[in-house]
Design a binder for this molecule. Structure first.
Ligand code: ACO
Length: 428
């Protein structure tokens, strides 16, 4: 029997259906609330208790530390799948057959050229510009060069727009990094796989033979998979809400990138390394920084700690911690910053402040350490996150469009002035 929630306001009772997800999550369906009650609304800043959609893409249970894409566990995907397979899974709902994967791969390669005029736009940015701002702008600029990607009504048009952005985005990401380093811009090598090609585009030097490294590719592949989707987080909700106005895929993604840039979201991976570096430079006194994080009069927060949803552990952090140790070991790198990170995590995990508030290391606490070991500059860390999150954003945008979701438009409770008559400037 279906469950019902009853709401009582001033003695009047209203009933609302309770919907149940496939993992038995319950949600009170308040679609009729305002109509039934004559305009009563809900208030939930930060949407901590609000479900914005029904989605069949990613399931996560923050209490149990479960993360699954389309039903497959993140642990299994990180170990057994490659990034392009995971992208296909997220976007189209099923793991691809060999034939489907080959077609997907070749369709992406077919679109990997970026209009030469895009280089002029990139040229206009100062070298010091943050890569996330540059990338968000370039993604938006791509619309002008691919106007057909905006009005996508058929699944075929949608597919074409999806393949285009999956192909061009790594080129743009590599260009943002190369520009900062004054390296020539190129288009990579279509004979390579998606991740290998990305790496080559980022690191190939004009005067030096490029050396493939399977260890590096595997680590990168894993990092991208771990970041590929995370249901209705800040950037994904942004992508869905911008897309709900039918602004187009690239515009929605560009907005999502701006949301990801913030240090409370994807920008945390850069902030973590900067924090660990600062602790190292300050003599490595982790206790001092734990005390600062606990001090309410100090704005300092332990970056890479805490998560809106995970309140026991972040399963991605567990995978990535192990991976960080392996990658550093295999590459023969000794990074004192990893020791500081481990020391900080140990103290915090035993400290009452962090235990009581269920604050644990999140995915970003260790990801920066691997990026560093792979030679990726700190300011590119959030770009790496965006490269991983791209298929998730696309899948969520596609789901929103195919479900014909209404334009996103939250309500508010107005707490400003009541009506007051206008006073002419000379009388104020
Ligand atoms: N360091 C110190 N205290 C913290 C931290 C932290 N990193 N995170 C939360 N707290 C404290 C808050 O001060 C608050 O304390 P109070 O109850 O005494 O007021 C309590 O824990 C709850 O914190 P909220 O900010 O309400 O939790 P919320 O769910 O809104 O925020 C967030 C989650 C933004 C991730 C937060 O934990 C944070 O700022 N962490 C650091 C930034 C970070 O690592 N972001 C990456 C997130 S993962 C990702 O985007 C991929």
């Amino acid at each position: 029997m279906s469950k019902i929630a009853t709401l009582e306001i001033d003695g009047n009772k209203y009933e609302f259906p309770i919907i149940e997800g496939t993992e038995k999550e319950l949600g009170i369906d308040i679609k009729t609330l305002r109509g039934a009650t004559g305009g009563v609304t809900t208030i939930d800043p930060g949407y901590k208790n609000t479900g914005s959609c029904e989605s069949g893409i990613t399931f996560l249970d923050g209490e149990k530390g479960i993360l699954r894409y389309r039903g497959y566990s993140i642990e299994e995907l990180a170990e057994k799948a490659d990034f392009l397979e995971v992208a296909y899974l997220l976007i189209f709902g099923e793991l691809p057959t060999k034939v489907e994967l080959e077609k997907f791969d070749s369709d992406i390669k077919e679109e990997s050229h970026v209009d030469e005029d895009m280089k002029k736009i990139l040229d206009g940015f100062p070298k010091s510009a943050h890569p996330m701002g540059v990338l968000s702008s370039l993604t938006s600029a791509l619309i002008a060069f691919n106007p057909g990607s905006v009005d996508v009504d058929s699944e075929e048009e949608m597919y074409n727009a999806i393949v285009k952005i999956l192909a061009k985005f790594p080129v743009l990401a590599a260009w943002t990094m190369r520009k900062r380093k004054s390296l020539p811009l190129d288009y990579g090598d279509n004979s390579l796989g998606y991740v290998e090609n990305l790496h080559k585009m980022m690191f190939a030097r004009p005067n030096k033979a490029y050396e493939p490294n399977k260890l590096v590719y595997d680590a990168l592949d894993k990092l991208l998979i771990l970041h590929a989707d995370h249901e209705q987080n800040c950037s994904t909700s942004t992508v869905r809400i911008v897309g709900s106005s039918h602004a187009g895929l690239f515009a929605s993604l560009s907005a999502g990138m701006s949301a990801l840039w913030g240090p409370l979201h994807g920008g945390a991976n850069q902030a973590v390394i900067e924090m660990l570096e600062a602790i190292k430079a300050d003599g490595g006194d982790t206790a001092k920084y734990i005390a600062k994080a606990k001090d309410k009069s100090d704005p300092f927060r332990l970056m890479g700690f805490g998560h809106r949803v995970y309140k026991n552990f972040d399963p991605r952090a567990n995978i990535i911690k192990k991976s960080a140790e392996e990658v550093l070991g295999d590459l023969g790198i000794e990074d004192p910053v990893l020791d500081i990170a481990k020391g900080l995590a140990k103290v915090a995990l035993e400290d009452e402040y962090f235990v009581k508030r269920k604050l644990y290391p999140n995915v970003d606490f260790y990801s920066g350490i691997i990026y560093r070991a792979l030679g990726i500059p700190t300011e590119m860390f959030t770009v790496m996150f965006a490269l991983g999150r791209l298929p998730g954003w696309i899948a969520q945008w596609k789901e929103m469009r195919l479900r014909k979701e209404p334009i996103g438009r939250p309500r508010q409770i107005y707490v400003g002035e009541n009506y007051r008559p206008f006073v002419k400037v000379e009388n104020r």
